[in-house]
Design a protein around this ligand. Structure first.
Ligand SMILES: *Cc1c(COP(=O)(O)O)cnc(C)c1O
Length: 364
């Protein structure tokens, strides 16, 4: 018998989450963001659930090839554009749309020999200070691109730094609109958080939204709001089983470093999931899990191949019990990935992306 741990990708949840994002941004087209191997879910595994998107956004040229290999003939956008001049050949061959965020990428385009002019997304740095042209340099970049025979259509793009937080997006929207107001072309501004929180505003949803985390059922603004608040369902479940049980007396400790001490007698379940499976080591005592669909907590440190949970309040649970680390339990109860992520000091994005290669994955 293989080690009892399994991830499951939920096709219907992906479909519903995509529909939810369409509802949040009515009439906008939707990029399904499938970078980082579809946030750890696997591009091929999410395909059936996400093929109803209007396009796919990603960073890696090999991932673009994989999306084309699935038979997708529609739009694919490279969110970071090309990394070297040769990449433009693949863009021409596969018909990829690509972000242009710096002068070097315009230089490469100007040198590129192609029969097929490219569609590009010119990116403004409206305050994130990662990729993009500064607002005062944006129009010069647009004019340069517009003069190139290699370019046939220019769309306009920016990315928010604080769509999920109290600072919000108003200032960045204002900067973007000031500079681009009279330019032609489609626009895209919003990630999941902006689409859910501000998608009712036509200027924010614009022509295309770019949801990632929400499509996979994570809340972009946890703990302010949870996935259930936004009507999102987990697209990934990680579940394992109890492979050992220990009875502790008051004063006994659990695991490496004896970081947890029982103050009363406790029954401990040892679960076949550890940090080598992608479960964060920082999710120590107190992190929630579901045991046979009932909430329980981790005690002690997560080790490489195992973690330990308190079964004391669950007398029915024992050897072989199902332990849901995140996602949907067999009885239908949901533990959003945002909860263990938060307990471990990180975000759901990081947990889903870090699912380890050794975990077998099924699609339902
Ligand atoms: C990753 C990414 C997104 C998706 O962000 P979520 O917070 O997952 O919705 C959107 N736009 C760009 C440019 C990105 O890099």
């Amino acid at each position: 018998m293989p080690r009892p741990i399994q991830a499951t990708i939920h096709t219907e949840a992906l479909r519903r989450n995509l529909a939810r994002m369409r509802q949040a941004a009515p009439d906008a087209k939707v990029w399904g963001v499938v970078k980082a191997n579809a946030y750890g879910h696997g591009i091929e595994r999410v395909w059936e659930g996400l093929r109803g998107a209007d396009g796919f956004a990603l960073l890696d040229l090999q991932e673009a090839e994989r999306v084309r290999a699935l038979g997708w003939r529609g739009p694919i956008l490279l969110l970071e554009g090309v990394f070297e001049a040769r990449d433009l050949e693949l863009c021409s061959r596969l018909g990829l749309w690509h972000t242009v965020h710096c002068d070097a990428q315009i230089d490469m385009l100007a040198m590129h020999k192609t029969h097929q002019p490219h569609r590009v997304f010119l990116k403004m740095n409206s305050g994130m200070n990662r990729l993009g042209f500064a607002p005062q340099r944006f129009r010069a970049a647009w004019t340069r691109l517009d003069a190139l025979p290699q370019v046939d259509e220019i769309s306009l793009m920016t990315h928010f730094s604080d769509a999920d937080g109290p600072k919000g997006i108003a200032r960045q929207v204002e900067v973007f609109e000031d500079i681009t107001g009279d330019l032609p072309g489609e626009r895209t501004l919003s990630n999941s958080a902006a689409s859910l929180r501000f998608g009712a505003d036509a200027a924010v949803r614009a022509d295309w939204i770019r949801p990632g985390i929400a499509v996979y059922g994570g809340a972009p603004d946890f703990p302010d709001h949870g996935a259930a608040h936004w009507g999102l369902q987990p697209a990934m479940t990680l579940a394992a089983r109890v492979i050992g049980v220990q009875q502790l007396a008051a004063g006994d400790t659990v695991g490496y470093g004896s970081s947890f001490t029982a103050d009363t007698p406790l029954r401990i379940g040892v679960v076949a999931c550890g940090y080598a499976d992608g479960y964060p080591r920082h999710c120590s005592t107190g992190t929630p899990v579901l045991v046979d669909g009932a909430r329980a907590r981790i005690v002690g440190r997560v080790s490489m191949d195992m973690l330990t949970v308190d079964l004391t309040p669950l007398p029915q649970a024992g050897l072989g019990s199902e332990v849901t680390l995140w996602g949907r339990a067999g009885n239908g109860t949901v533990l959003s990935i945002d909860e263990p992520a938060h307990a471990g000091g990180t975000v759901g994005y990081e947990l889903m992306c870090a699912l380890a290669q050794r975990v077998p994955v099924a699609v339902d």
